[in-house]
Write a protein that binds this ligand. Structure first.
Ligand code: SF4
Ligand code: SF4
Ligand code: SF4
Length: 194
């Protein structure tokens, strides 16, 4: 009996350790991708366009107004802010009856969000940027009921840095800013603006 108790405590600890490691790892993986871009651009002093995620109103024009098709704007995920929820309002359509993974329940029109089970009741949500068109539906959904961890950024490995960004002209929120290329992202990165 005592052995069983010890084993079940050990097993619970292992699950907790795995989950914490998984969440920490996810945060690092999410940031590693972006820091790669920062290093890549660190020698470049020119100005580039970027989106202030706290001004964006998720109007959808980032998907339709870019001179590129698909848009240079992509959804990114601030893993440190994410609740790893079973029900993710950035992933599922509203009023979904159950939280099983099925295409017709997904909010994303291009199936660009991958949902991965970690441990009950936690799931990890990753953006497949090659499929993302920057429509902001996931950003709107996450901001409405979740922690606001999904947000939009211009990817500088894709953007051609037009003199006058066509989306900036159309943006109703004035969310586009010019930044030095060496510091070209405005990531939420785990903190919420007050
Ligand atoms: S155009 Fe502006 S408000 Fe609309 S989704 Fe893009 S950044 Fe957000
Ligand atoms: S909902 Fe839109 S912005 Fe979000 S991942 Fe899918 S295509 Fe990208
Ligand atoms: S600068 Fe040009 S390529 Fe880059 S996001 Fe704006 S419209 Fe698209």
């Amino acid at each position: 009996m005592e052995t069983n108790d010890k084993e079940s405590k050990k097993s619970a600890m292992n699950r907790r350790d795995f989950l914490q490691m998984g969440l920490r790892g996810a945060a690092l993986v999410g940031l590693a991708g972006v820091s790669g871009y920062l290093i890549h651009k660190s020698t470049d002093d020119k100005l580039v366009w970027q989106i202030d995620p706290y001004k964006c109103q998720q109007c959808g024009r980032c998907a339709t107004e870019c001179v590129l098709n698909p848009s240079a704007v992509k959804a990114v995920h601030a893993y440190k802010m994410c609740g790893y929820c079973n029900f993710c309002s950035g992933y599922f359509i509203p009023n979904v009856k159950d939280f099983g993974t099925a295409a017709e329940k997904e909010l994303c029109p291009t199936k660009a969000i991958q949902r991965t089970f970690i441990e009950e009741p936690y799931y990890k949500y990753d953006i497949k940027e090659d499929l993302c068109i920057g429509c902001a539906k996931c950003v709107k959904g996450c901001g409405a009921f979740g922690n606001g961890s999904f947000h939009l950024q211009i990817r500088h490995d894709v953007c051609v840095n037009c003199n006058q960004c066509n989306i900036a002209k159309a943006c109703p929120a004035g969310a586009f800013v010019r930044l030095p290329a060496k510091d070209a992202y405005l990531l939420k990165n785990g903190w919420k603006k007050g």
